[in-house]
Design a binder for this molecule. Structure first.
Ligand SMILES: NC(=O)c1ccc[n+]([C@@H]2O[C@H](COP(=O)([O-])OP(=O)(O)OC[C@H]3O[C@@H](n4cnc5c(N)ncnc54)[C@H](OP(=O)(O)O)[C@@H]3O)[C@@H](O)[C@H]2O)c1
Length: 192
C-alpha cells in the first residue's frame, strides 16, 4: 500500500470544523492546500494525478462549483452505497478507507491525501502507512464542534521547516503568519 498524508488546518485545541463547514477563511491556507494536493513531485511522471480521500460530510462541505477538486482523483467515503455524487467526474464512492486506498494505482496516481473530516482522520492516522501530517496550526481559539485526533508524539515528530519546504517543493512562510485577526503556522509531522 502507498503511504499517504493527512492534510488539515486545526486550532490549538485541534478544532477543525463547525456546523459542517470550516470555522475560518484563510485564503493562503486554501492556496497551500491546492498547491500541495495537486503537486506531482519532481522526477515523477507528469501524467500522474494525486488522490484526495474524504468523508461524505467533507465532500458536501465543498461548494458544488469547486467539486470535485480539480486535477485530483476524488474518493468519497460513505456507508450509503446509494449516495448520489450527482455525476461528478473523476470521483468515486466507496464504503471504507481500505477500499479507497485499494483504488490507488501507481501507474496513474501520485501522492495520496486524506483531507478530512474528523472521522476520516481518526480512521487514517493510526495506520502505519500514514507517513506525513501537514498541519496548518491556527493559533487563535475558535469555536469548533469537530476535532482532529491528538498526534501521538511516539509515532510522529515535527519536521524542520526545510523538510516541509522539500516535501511541498515550494517556499513556505516560516513562523507565525497573520491574516486579519487570525494567527497561523504551516507545520509538517513525519512518522518516526
Ligand atoms: N480544518 C480542516 O482542515 C478540515 C478538513 C476537512 C473537513 N473539515 C471539517 O470537518 C467537518 C466534517 O468532519 P466529520 O468528521 O463530521 O465528517 P467526515 O469525516 O467528512 O464524513 C463523515 C462521514 O463519512 C462516512 N463514514 C465515517 N466513518 C465511516 C466508516 N468507518 N466507514 C464508512 N464510511 C464512514 C459517513 O458517511 P455517511 O453518513 O454518508 O454514511 C460519515 O457521516 C466539517 O465541519 C468540515 O468543514 C475540516
Amino acid at each position: 500500500m502507498k503511504p499517504y498524508t493527512l492534510i488539515v488546518a486545526a486550532t490549538k485545541t485541534l478544532g477543525i470544523g463547525i456546523g459542517g463547514g470550516l470555522p475560518w477563511r484563510l485564503p493562503k491556507d486554501m492556496a497551500f492546500f491546492k498547491h500541495v494536493t495537486t503537486l506531482i513531485p519532481t522526477n515523477s511522471p507528469e501524467h500522474l494525478q494525486n488522490v484526495v480521500i474524504m468523508g461524505r460530510v467533507t465532500w458536501e462541505s465543498i461548494p458544488p462549483k469547486f467539486r470535485p477538486l480539480a486535477g485530483r482523483f476524488n474518493i468519497v467515503i460513505s456507508r450509503n452505497p446509494d449516495y448520489d455524487l450527482q455525476g461528478a467526474p473523476n470521483t468515486v464512492l466507496v464504503d471504507s478507507l481500505e477500499k479507497a486506498l485499494s483504488l490507488v494505482d501507481d501507474e496513474r496516481h501520485g501522492r495520496v491525501f486524506v483531507i478530512g473530516g474528523a472521522h476520516m482522520y481518526r480512521l487514517a492516522m493510526g495506520e502505519k502507512h500514514c507517513s506525513h501530517i501537514l498541519m496548518t496550526r491556527i493559533e487563535s481559539n475558535i469555536e469548533c464542534d469537530t476535532f482532529f485526533p491528538a498526534i501521538n508524539d511516539q509515532e510522529f515528530h515535527r519536521a524542520s521547516h526545510q523538510e516541509l519546504e522539500t516535501y511541498v517543493e515550494q517556499v513556505v512562510p516560516q513562523g507565525i503568519q497573520t491574516h486579519k485577526d487570525l494567527e497561523y503556522e504551516f507545520l509538517l509531522y513525519v512518522r518516526s
